[in-house]
Design a protein around this ligand. Structure first.
Ligand SMILES: [Zn+2]
Length: 253
């Protein structure tokens, strides 16, 4: 667990770095699956930029996931679930987005999750276009790092309601594409990165941030010229891109 905790703190601080403009104050949260029925998730109210051990909760996956099917839970019921989900004696409550993290780790099959309120990505998600500009690609590296397709969730109340919609979106995505997404875009809210490693989560968020900035930049010079679907499919399936994807995941570029 210590290795996971050390990496989670490092990942969180990377996402929270002020110069990255991915999250400020208490925005965003991170998690990782410990593989023993529990996972580590940022506590409520702590900041990614200076997260330390006291700002991380270890919670039971089954307790959190069971809440998604309990339609009777109100706000105080949700708080009780979060209190009961803690696997260690900790005074801090896990983030209210713990439900979404459990879904992404459980149903999404990811080992590491990073969620933030990236300024450039939000500029698109909060626009009249919503997530639509991300449904087609504009350059190859976004396909390699962020995946051929992204999942989208329209705005909904953060917490349990959001987690239920994320679960629905993950199931729809898997039915359509046979795999889990690397990116879920929460409209009027922010992105979620689903990775097999801490490095992959950071890479996804950084590439998505660049993608959003390039999209914004294209609007100043006539608008984006989207790659044809067949070209994006080809890049997604090229053997050399598979190799590059594996190398990037190991920290190379
Ligand atoms: Zn958020």
């Amino acid at each position: 667990m210590q290795d996971h905790l050390t990496k989670l703190l490092a990942l969180s601080r990377e996402i929270g770095r002020p110069d990255r403009q991915l999250a400020i104050l208490g925005e965003g949260n991170t998690s990782t699956d410990l593989g023993d029925g529990t996972f580590l998730v940022k506590s409520s109210g702590s900041s990614l930029s200076n997260l330390d051990e006291s700002g991380v909760s270890r919670v039971r996956m089954a307790t959190v996931l069971a809440a998604l099917d309990d339609e009777t839970l109100d706000d105080s019921g949700v708080k009780s679930v979060l209190e009961a989900s803690r696997a260690d004696a900790s005074p801090r409550l896990p983030s209210v987005e713990t439900f979404m993290h459990a879904v992404c780790l459980g149903e999404g099959g990811a080992k590491w999750i990073g969620h933030c309120h990236a300024e450039a990505v939000m500029s698109v998600l909060c626009s009249t276009h919503g997530a639509k500009p991300f449904l087609s690609h504009i350059f190859p590296d976004a396909i390699v790092v962020c995946g051929r397709h992204v999942a989208v969730v329209p705005y909904i109340d953060p917490g349990l309601a959001l987690a239920r919609e994320v679960r629905r979106a993950l199931r729809e995505f898997r039915a359509a594409h046979g795999i889990s997404p690397k990116v879920i875009l929460l409209e009027n809210h922010g992105p979620v990165a689903l990775g097999s490693s801490d490095t992959e989560v950071l890479n996804i968020l950084l590439m998505l941030d660049k993608w959003a900035r390039v999209l914004g930049g294209t609007l100043a010079v006539g608008g984006p010229r989207f790659l044809p679907s067949a070209v994006s499919d080809r890049i997604d399936n090229r053997p050399d891109e598979h190799y590059r994807r594996a190398q990037i995941g190991k920290g190379a570029n």
